[in-house]
Design a protein around this ligand. Structure first.
Ligand code: ADP
Length: 619
C-alpha cells in the first residue's frame, strides 16, 4: 500500500532535521577541533620561545660550546616544567638533547634533518607538524624555531612537542556530549514532527475517506474539522459538494423511479434510440409485443434487433430527417397491427435519447372495425333481401296482379312472410345490440335446470313433432342449482333446440342432457359447473366452420338458413347470454352424426359480466 501522507510528512521532516543535525554536529566538532589545535599551537609556540630564551644564555657563553650533558639535563628540567617534550637539534639534524630520551640513548637517535618542522624552521625561522613520533610512537604536535644569535657555529633548532593524546581525549569527550545533545534534539524533533504531522494530516485523511465514500456512493457523514485554514475550506467545500450531490442524486432517482413507473405501467410499447439508432431503453409492453428481453435489447443497433423492413425504413428516415412520423405496421409472425408514433427527442450525442417510438397495439381496434364494417354490410344485406322481395311483389300487385285474386293472395302471403322475417331480424338485432351494450343485466337466481329444460322442451315440442323428431331428455337426477337468469337460460335452450329442429332432417333425434361437472364454470368461479347439451342427428357442422358459427350472421349454408327462416344471429345471442352469466358455450360433432352444443354454467353464481366485455371472444 502507498505510504500515508502523515508518514510522508513525518519522514520528510525527520530526514531534514537529521541532516541538519548531522551537518551542525560535524561543523561544530570540526570547528572546536580546529580551535583546540590553534590554541595548542599557540601554546607550543609560547613554550618553544620560553625554552629558547632559557637555553639562549647557555649557548651565548664566550667559551666553548656547552657540554652536551649540561644541555641534556637542562632540557630535561625544562621539559618536565613545561610538561612537553623538548628537543635540541643541530643544523645538520643531529639531536643534541631530548627530554624524552635517556642520556645513554641520545647518541642512537636518528638524524632529525628530514623532519618537516625542522626543515621549515631552518628555512623560515619556525615550523610545525602533527604526526606520530618516530621516537615515542605517540601522535604529537611539534613546534620548532631556530635559536637566534648563538655564538658558536651553525644555528640550533629548538623543538617542543606535545602529545595529541590529551587533545584527542578532550575532542572525544566533546564529540560524545555533542552526540548526546544531537540525540536529544532529534528525539524532541521526532515527537514534535509526529504531533505536528498528525494535526496537519488528520483532517486530510478524513477528507480523503469522505471523498472515497462519496465516490463509492455509500452514505456520507459530514467531515468535522475545526481547522480554519485551507484544509478547513476544503472540508467545508467537500461537505457542500456532498450535500448538493445527494440532493441531485435524490432528485434524479425520484425522477427515474417516476419515469420507470410510467414506462412500466404503459400499455403502449415505448422504445428510445440514440442518434446512431442504438436502443437505449424499452418498456415491458414492448418486450411483450416483440418478444425480446430488455437486457438483450439495450445497447444494440435497432436494425439488428428488429428485422422489419418498414420499421427500419421509418427509423432511418427519421434519423436522417429529424422529423416526427406516424406509421402503421403488421408484425409478420403474430399478425399484430401496430400504430407507431415516432417523435424526435433531440439528442445529439451517442447514448443520448434521439428518437422515441411509441407502439400502440391496434389489432383489436382494427378487428372491431372490420367486425363493425362486416356487420353493417351484413345488416344492410339481410334487410335488403326481404325488402327487395316485398317491393317486387308490391310492384307486381300494383302492376295488375291485384286483379287476380289467387295471385294476389299468394303474393300477399309472401309479403307477409318477408315482413315477418324482417320483423324477426330487427327483433334479433335489437336484442343483440341491447345485450352487447351492457344495458341488459342478468338476474342471479338459483335455477333448477330440470324446470328450465321442461319449459324449453314444451315450447319446442309442437315444432319438433311437425318434423317427426324424437325429443329426448337425459338429465342427471340430482343436479345442483345453477345460478343465473332463468328466462334467459330458457331462451338459450330454445334457440339451440330451434336450430337442432331446423338443421335435422325429418324424423331425427334431439337429445337434451345435463350433468354435474367438476370443472369450474368460469376461471373466477371455482366449485364445479353444470354442463347442459343439445345434440341432434342432423346435417352437422364442418370442422372448419365450427369455431365461427357463433359470429353474427355467420352461416354454414346461407341459402338453407334463409330458407329455414334463420337470421344468422341466434347463436351470437346464445353466446352473449351464456357468457354474460359467467358461462361458456361451444359446439362439437355429435357421433355418429349431427352436432352437439354444450353450455357450461357455473354453480354458486358470481359477478355478472356486461355482454360487451365478451365482444372479443365472440369472433
Ligand atoms: P341461423 O339463424 O342461420 O340458424 P344461427 O346463429 O342460429 O343462425 O346459426 C348459425 C349457423 O350455424 C347456421 O346458419 C347453421 O349453418 C349453423 N348451425 C347452427 N345450429 C346448427 C345445428 N344444430 N346443426 C347444423 N348446423 C347448425
Amino acid at each position: 500500500m502507498k505510504l500515508p501522507i502523515r508518514w510522508k510528512v513525518t519522514f520528510g521532516a525527520l530526514l531534514a532535521v537529521a541532516c541538519s543535525l548531522v551537518i551542525a554536529g560535524v561543523v561544530t566538532v570540526r570547528s572546536l577541533e580546529q580551535l583546540h589545535v590553534v590554541q595548542l599551537n599557540d601554546d607550543l609556540a609560547a613554550k618553544a620561545r620560553l625554552v629558547e630564551y632559557s637555553l639562549h644564555q647557555l649557548f651565548q657563553s664566550p667559551e666553548q660550546p656547552p657540554p652536551p650533558s649540561r644541555i641534556q639535563s637542562m632540557v630535561r628540567e625544562l621539559g618536565s616544567r613545561a610538561s612537553a617534550r623538548i628537543t635540541v637539534i643541530a643544523a645538520d639534524g643531529t639531536v643534541i638533547a631530548d627530554s624524552a630520551v635517556r642520556d645513554e640513548d641520545l647518541p642512537g637517535i636518528e638524524n632529525h634533518r628530514t623532519r618537516p618542522e625542522v626543515q621549515q624552521s631552518l628555512s623560515t625561522g619556525h615550523g610545525q607538524d602533527v604526526r606520530a613520533s618516530h621516537t615515542t610512537g605517540e601522535r604529537t604536535m611539534y613546534w620548532a624555531l631556530v635559536m637566534t644569535g648563538p655564538k658558536h657555529g651553525d644555528p640550533i633548532v629548538i623543538r617542543v612537542g606535545l602529545p595529541m593524546m590529551l587533545l584527542d581525549h578532550d575532542i572525544d569527550q566533546l564529540e560524545h556530549k555533542i552526540l548526546i545533545a544531537l540525540g536529544i534534539a532529534f528525539l524532541t524533533a521526532l515527537s514534535l514532527t509526529i504531533w505536528l504531522a498528525r494535526g496537519l494530516t488528520q483532517p486530510l485523511s478524513d477528507i480523503a475517506q469522505a471523498a472515497q465514500r462519496l465516490a463509492s456512493g455509500s452514505q456520507t457523514v459530514p467531515i468535522k474539522t475545526t481547522a480554519q485554514d485551507e484544509v478547513g475550506l476544503l472540508a467545508a467545500t467537500l461537505n457542500q459538494l456532498a450535500d448538493q450531490l445527494h440532493a441531485k442524486i435524490g432528485e434524479l432517482s425520484e425522477d427515474r423511479a417516476q419515469l420507470l413507473a410510467v414506462l412500466t405501467s404503459m400499455v403502449e410499447g415505448v422504445m428510445v434510440l440514440d442518434r446512431r439508432g442504438y436502443v437505449l431503453q424499452i418498456n415491458p409492453a414492448l418486450e411483450r409485443i416483440f418478444g425480446i428481453a430488455r437486457a438483450e435489447a439495450r445497447g444494440r443497433p435497432f436494425a439488428e434487433l428488429f428485422r422489419h423492413r418498414q420499421l427500419n425504413e421509418l427509423v432511418e428516415v427519421m434519423l436522417r430527417s429529424r422529423t416526427n412520423h406516424e406509421s402503421e405496421i403488421v408484425l409478420p409472425l403474430t399478425s399484430r397491427c401496430l400504430q407507431i408514433e415516432a417523435s424526435v427527442a433531440g439528442g445529439e450525442r451517442d447514448n443520448e435519447a434521439c428518437l422515441v417510438l411509441v407502439f400502440h397495439d391496434i389489432t383489436e381496434l382494427r378487428h372491431l372495425e372490420t367486425i363493425r364494417k362486416d356487420f353493417v354490410a351484413n345488416v344492410s344485406h339481410e334487410l335488403r333481401t326481404p325488402l327487395t322481395s316485398i317491393k317486387g311483389y308490391v310492384e307486381a300487385l300494383l302492376d295488375g296482379a291485384k286483379d287476380d285474386p289467387d295471385m294476389a293472395a299468394s303474393f300477399l302471403d309472401i309479403i307477409l312472410k318477408q315482413s315477418d322475417r324482417l320483423n324477426l331480424l330487427i327483433e334479433d338485432l335489437l336484442e343483440l345490440s341491447q345485450i352487447e351494450s351492457g344495458r341488459v343485466l342478468f338476474r342471479e337466481d338459483p335455477i333448477d335446470v330440470h324446470a328450465v329444460v321442461d319449459r324449453a322442451l314444451s315450447t319446442m315440442k309442437p315444432l319438433a313433432e311437425k318434423k317427426r323428431h324424437r325429443l329426448l331428455s337425459r338429465l342427471e337426477e340430482t343436479l345442483p342449482l345453477a345460478i343465473g337468469d332463468e328466462d334467459r337460460l330458457v331462451q338459450v335452450l330454445t334457440n339451440l333446440l330451434d336450430n337442432a329442429v331446423k338443421y335435422t332432417p325429418a324424423g331425427g333425434t334431439i337429445t337434451v342432457a345435463a350433468k354435474h361437472s367438476s370443472k369450474p364454470g368460469a376461471a373466477e368461479r371455482p366449485g364445479g359447473s353444470i354442463e347442459l347439451s343439445v345434440s341432434d342427428t342432423g346435417i352437422g357442422i364442418p370442422d372448419s366452420d365450427r369455431p365461427r358459427v357463433f359470429e353474427r350472421f355467420y352461416r354454414v349454408d346461407k341459402a338453407r338458413s334463409r330458407e329455414l327462416g334463420g337470421t344468422g344471429l341466434g347463436l351470437a345471442i346464445v353466446k352473449h347470454i351464456v357468457e354474460g352469466q359467467g358461462g361458456h358455450v361451444w359446439v362439437e360433432a355429435n357421433e355418429p352424426q349431427g352436432s352437439r352444443f354444450i353450455v357450461r354454467l357455473p354453480i354458486g353464481g358470481g359477478p355478472r359480466l356486461p355482454a360487451q366485455v365478451t365482444e372479443a371472444s365472440s369472433r
